[in-house]
Design a protein around this ligand. Sequence first.
Ligand code: 5GP
Length: 129
Amino acid sequence: MSIFTKIVNGELPSYKVAENEDFIAFLDINPNAKGHTLVVPKKEENKIFDLSKEEYVALMDFSYRVAKALEKSIVCNRIGMSVIGLEVPHVHVHLIPINGMADMQFMKKEKLSNDEFVVLAKNIAGNFE
Ligand code: 5GP
């Protein structure tokens, strides 16, 4: 069972920003930038292109809605998107509020306190439609 399935099942905590029947979005615990969010299908699948086309399109649709909430919540140049999955083999889309290329490089990390994560997640969740 992946660490993200444990989050989906409520066995591990997360700073949740959005959820529906098929997807959950929560803040990345080691963010590239403030608001770095992971969008995860509840169904555990390793690689994104192993999803069916319908599942893939639904993931992109949900990610679009989360990205819109991020744009409303965080001052940034734009929302960057990437899919990697080398660390956690459970499909997830990285949505990252960026101001430059360094924010997409998974090297420069932002340190946030528990309170900062809580406030951030609440703000983003409040802008999710
Ligand atoms: P990837 O698999 O795409 O290379 O990276 C996995 C991402 O998941 C990383 O950005 C990492 O910080 C994040 N991550 C790993 N474990 C956890 C966790 O337990 N909770 C949360 N919220 N994020 C995690």
